[in-house]
Write a protein that binds this ligand. Sequence first.
Ligand code: SF4
Ligand code: SF4
Length: 142
Amino acid sequence: MSKTRYFDWNLDNGLVIEYARGGECKKCGICCGSKIAVTVSDPYGGKPGNGGKTTDGKGLWHEINRGRWRWFFKLKEINRDCKTQCGSLTDEGLCGKYRNVRSRLCKEWPFSPHCLEKFPSCGYEFAELNRWKATEKEMGLK
Ligand code: SF4
Ligand code: SF4
């Protein structure tokens, strides 16, 4: 399987940053007990949680890249103070869903340092690898 790569695309100013993700999930369950809303412009099967193949051409998009597979998410809202939590979260803070039926969002989370801004105790971390100004061809992500 191809290595997973993580990119932030700022389509307003053309800045692209590639990150390496390290660490691991500490199974605290905090993100699963929070409201995380994302936007996709071309959702697979009509479900935003499964990411999109394209963007709307503006704003900050997060790419998960696994060889020929590319998924794009735009973060809309992260709310740790919501009163409800995912129904699949067990009392032990684990995911009660089988790995293959979880949404792409759940499988790939977190995919950018922006995902961790509200979760400073998360066991994952991101390190910048590279940054550049996107070419017009690269900006054609829609
Ligand atoms: S499906 Fe699993 S990974 Fe996704 S939010 Fe619910 S408990 Fe967390
Ligand atoms: S906040 Fe981080 S460490 Fe905690 S469950 Fe979510 S991904 Fe795992």
